[in-house]
Design a protein around this ligand. Sequence first.
Ligand code: SF4
Ligand code: SF4
Length: 189
Amino acid sequence: MRGMGMLKGMGVTGRTMLRTLFPDGLRKPVPAPSRGAHTVQYPHVKEAPVARARGVIGLHHDNCTVCMLCARECPDWCIYIEGHKELAPPRRPGGKPRARAKIDRFDIDYALCMYCGICVEVCPFDALFWSPEFEYSEPRIADLLHDADRLADWMETVPEFETYEPGANVKQPKLPEPSQHRPPWSAIQ
Ligand code: SF4
Ligand code: SF4
């Protein structure tokens, strides 16, 4: 019947509204929406996000080699990196001085970031980490461009590494290539 879907949807909405307004039920209809609502009354109440929530990206300064991979792979082009090379002492006595990259600028524009996590995934040197921190809103959208120092401060809120569940890092045997199962052309003809 036409319109049944809409009626059902309205029924669900109505029931949810009554449960929110009268959390003790209609037998005791005392309106208490702040108790009945599932929403958290932020900023008076703060929700604790799950440890792996994608709140903000922290930068582990010392691990970054200014390879630019994250900036190149970011689909929003919202990572801005500049750096220069410096000579560091040799690893062994008598060795050659090593060239080391130093960060001059590492900014992420959170007004553009879509929290896809590609930069964290592609970083080959474990320099980027997700933090569940979410309280960094700004009155001006331009102020959502955060620099290396701010990104480094967020490292303090990155949760400790959790060991994998048993069996999670066991290498799965690869499935054979489909071509190995294909009969030779002579068998098809
Ligand atoms: S999370 Fe995605 S959009 Fe945001 S900075 Fe990283 S790659 Fe770019
Ligand atoms: S954060 Fe990682 S991927 Fe990005 S420039 Fe530094 S080392 Fe390279």
